[in-house]
Ligand binder design. Structure first.
Ligand code: NAD
Ligand code: UD1
Length: 337
């Protein structure tokens, strides 16, 4: 029996692969490498001492997904595959709707053909739209500010309906807050293509001299220091959340949703100052205008994951900053060095 990780070569998928393999699971990664490198497989093998099966496949291609299910005894799927750049989704909405919706539907249909009934989905805090923090799972969803967010909202809806119609199906929706950090070995981490959109990869590239300075997007928000507040979570804690979700899915049918965050909010300047202090490197920054679509304060209520899954984030902001920098230092150009 193996767990299929679609998009398993990506940032969160690769860390989850390590976590699951170390917990004794067999995994099969399926990725088209549109936003990742095949080199990840060798890095995972270095960390775990075992090479995971990795299939190069577009999971919108039904026959390719069937071939994976024919070749491997898949007991559950964690569906990471998707396009995730918010700004690009505004420029290329059709590509985002096609890839994200089609991949989820294709995998679900093939799972049904092969009698595989457990599905864990990578959703996002973005489905909450603009609502007061802390956000808990019963808050209404919708009001997304971009097509990427709407793909997450729509896939959640599809999964809720699918689980309602088929009582043998088990679905876990995981709403991630802001994943950062890297495996402590520094062998796997986040490798954004081009100019990073997200805060932590931008900070690490400034710290390493690859970019000149960080622009802080606005300091006039209603937050303690005026900069945006987010719930940053270490990617290894997030990976552990998937292990717990898979255990839950194996024991329950129906559809459940969990926030995966820490429950703490940190501002952009908190991040810069903590990164500088922990790593002893400067991060030059300037204050710029707000970024369109950004919210002032987003953080999770995490009680449900703790009570139901028995999961809680363990690593603090210092560990997140240290591990992000360790990865960047050891891999200044990502996997392509
Ligand atoms: P990532 O881009 O590193 O990983 C996604 C992987 O999916 C990539 O390796 C990409 O090549 C692959 N992929 C995309 N379309 C595919 C397809 N049709 N067939 C096969 N492979 C395909 O992103 P990540 O940060 O690891 O995110 C994983 C998932 O979590 C995504 O669905 C993302 O939307 C979601 N998510 C991420 C964040 C975040 O901040 N990183 C936050 C919330 C939700
Ligand atoms: C963004 C996406 C969200 C997605 C998440 C993870 C938007 C509006 N939201 O969330 O849908 O799920 O990424 O991929 O894009 N910041 C700077 N300077 C920078 C970069 C960021 O000041 O160069 C600030 C932002 O204004 C924000 C904070 O840092 O206050 C975090 O930004 P980011 O890492 O992009 O995450 P989110 O905006 O929370």
């Amino acid at each position: 029996m193996a767990i299929l990780l679609t998009g398993g070569a990506g940032f969160i998928g690769s860390h989850t692969a390590v976590c699951l393999m170390q917990a004794g699971y067999d995994v099969v990664l399926a990725d088209n490498f549109s936003n990742s490198s095949p080199k990840v497989v060798g890095r995972i093998a270095e960390i775990t001492g075992k090479t995971p099966v990795c299939v190069e496949a577009d999971v919108c291609d039904k026959e390719a997904v069937r071939n994976i299910f024919r070749a491997h005894d898949i007991s559950a799927v964690v569906h990471f595959a998707g396009l995730k750049a918010v700004g690009e989704s505004v420029q290329k909405p059709l590509e985002y709707y096609r890839n994200n919706l089609d991949s989820a539907l294709t995998v679900l249909e093939v799972m049904r053909e092969f009698g595989c009934r457990q599905f864990v989905f990578s959703s996002s805090a973005t489905v909450y739209g603009d609502q007061p923090a802390p956000l808990n799972e019963s808050a209404p969803t919708g009001g997304c500010s971009n097509p990427y967010g709407w793909t997450k909202f729509m896939i959640e809806k599809i999964l809720i309906d699918a689980a309602r119609a088929d009582e043998t199906l088990s679905v876990v929706l995981l709403r991630y807050f802001n994943p950062i950090g890297a495996h402590e070995s520094g062998r796997i981490g986040e490798d954004p293509q081009g100019i990073p959109n997200n805060l932590m990869p931008y900070i690490t590239q400034v710290a390493s001299g690859r970019r000149e300075k960080l622009t802080v997007f606005g300091n006039d928000y209603p937050t303690p220091d005026g900069t945006g507040v987010r719930d940053y979570i270490h990617v290894c804690d997030l990976a552990e959340g998937h292990r717990c979700a898979l255990e839950y899915a194996a024991a329950h049918t129906g559809c459940e949703v969990f926030n995966l965050g820490t429950g703490h909010g940190y501002s952009v300047l908190d991040m810069v100052h903590t990164f500088t202090r922990v790593n002893g490197v400067d991060v030059p920054y300037v204050i710029g205008p707000r970024r369109a679509g950004d919210l002032a304060t987003v953080y999770a209520a995490c009680d449900k994951a703790k009570e139901v899954l028995g999961w809680q984030a363990q690593r603090d902001l210092e560990a997140m900053c240290r591990d992000s920098w360790n990865w960047q230092k050891k891999n200044p150009m990502g996997y392509d060095a």
